[in-house]
Design a protein around this ligand. Structure first.
Ligand SMILES: Cc1ncc(COP(=O)(O)O)c(C=O)c1O
Length: 369
């Protein structure tokens, strides 16, 4: 093979290992590692998808006009200040490409969402991590990490993988103190699991500050992860810039129709969110009673540590849950989080089965001591 190859401006990233072996007992595999909603789309949403696919010979609306209007009326926002994308993932990437470049700095919190370092890597920016306190973003540390080279601060609040959040007053303090040349991206992927009033207060920040962008997704509370729809709300001046960097048809027609139909049934979706929150409290309480450390979560997932100091117990628990019950959980293996596993809250029967499996693991572990 020739030694001379085209120069790539993006270098490969290490690929994370996920459980890919067959389930040894032939049990159905339940993937709890992606923070998805366990409920299938409502019938009206399935109907909307089907109706859109009958026109699949035609392009979807490139500006997602009806969807932006529906989002605008749901959240009382100007649809002209909204951009939709192929999941929040596309929008976060666009924001990164629009506002950061080689040699710039991007600030995130210590255990910030995994996509933020990836975006910094893609644009060649230097990633600065601000130390957290109790696995929670620490606004003074974020502010201390900001320099005149900081182009973007990315903050998922609630955050993944920790599940923790800071209050809206802290976000306001951050927005006020940041230099106006630094973009503040507030990722509300799990906002509905926190509260609607919290979401409204964060929207108000984006309305007030020219440098604040809020991102939201249909993948979590609205259960459309497989269709890939996200949106962001930003100041008017930013919209044409974001649109210039965005793919024209990235939100396909079926995804747009599904998202609109989902917003139409927002109350039913929020009632599902209520079910997940109640289940999360039940699971967290049961795990705490088993002596397991549970990080307080404002999301649809839990980050738990089965042992205070032995990382291999987390590995063993993850293997046990897969081999004995078919559950796939997430092991971030991030520095500082090696002793944790993360899993989504699922249907009550799956949650109960997971709790039983954790209890068996603990019982066996004590027998082996
Ligand atoms: C904090 C956070 N932001 C964004 C995303 C991406 O969501 P989407 O499916 O809209 O790309 C995720 C997905 O897990 C997430 O955890």
């Amino acid at each position: 093979m020739s030694e001379k190859r085209p120069r790539a401006y993006i270098q490969p990233l290490a690929v994370r290992q996920r459980i890919s072996r067959p389930q040894p007992k032939g049990l159905p595999v339940v993937n709890l590692s992606f923070n998805e909603l366990p409920f299938p789309p409502l019938q009206s949403v399935l109907n909307a998808i089907q109706s859109a696919t009958t026109h699949a010979n035609l392009y979807g609306n490139p500006t997602c006009e009806k969807l932006r209007i529906a989002i605008g009326s749901t959240y009382q926002l100007d649809p002209n200040c909204i951009v939709c994308g192929n999941g929040t993932e596309e929008l976060l990437d666009i924001i990164g490409r629009c506002f950061a470049n080689d040699g710039d700095e991007i600030v995130i919190s210590e255990y910030g969402y995994i996509l933020f370092p990836i975006i910094a890597h893609r644009v060649g920016a230097r990633l600065i991590k601000a130390k957290e306190q109790n696995y929670t973003s620490h606004i003074d540390n974020v502010l201390a990490a900001v320099t005149d080279k900081t182009r973007i601060v990315f903050l998922a609040n609630p955050n993944n993988p920790t599940g923790t959040m800071v209050c809206d007053a802290e976000l306001r303090r951050l927005a006020v103190a940041l230099p106006p040349q630094t973009v503040l991206v507030l990722d509300l992927a799990y906002g509905e699991f926190a509260s609607n009033s919290y979401i409204a207060k964060v929207h108000a920040l984006a309305g007030e500050f020219d440098n604040v962008v809020v991102t939201q997704t249909f993948s979590k509370a609205f259960g459309l992860a497989g269709l890939r729809v996200g949106w962001c709300y930003a100041s008017k001046w930013m919209i044409p810039i974001l649109n210039a960097a965005r793919g024209m048809g990235t939100v396909n027609a079926a995804a747009q129709a599904a998202a609109i139909a989902t917003l139409d049934k927002r109350d039913a979706m929020l009632s599902r969110v209520g079910t997940i929150i109640a289940e999360k409290i039940r699971v967290a309480n049961s795990l705490s009673l088993m002596g397991i450390e549970v990080i307080p979560s404002e999301t649809n997932f839990l980050l738990i540590a089965p042992s205070p100091n032995h990382c291999d117990v987390a590995d063993k628990l993850a293997s046990h849950l897969f081999e004995h019950a078919g559950f796939v959980v997430n092991q971030t293996r991030e520095a500082g989080l090696e002793r944790f596993i993360r899993f989504s809250i699922s249907l009550p029967e799956h949650n109960t089965s997971l709790l039983n499996s954790v209890q068996t693991f603990i019982d066996n572990d004590q027998t082996n001591d």
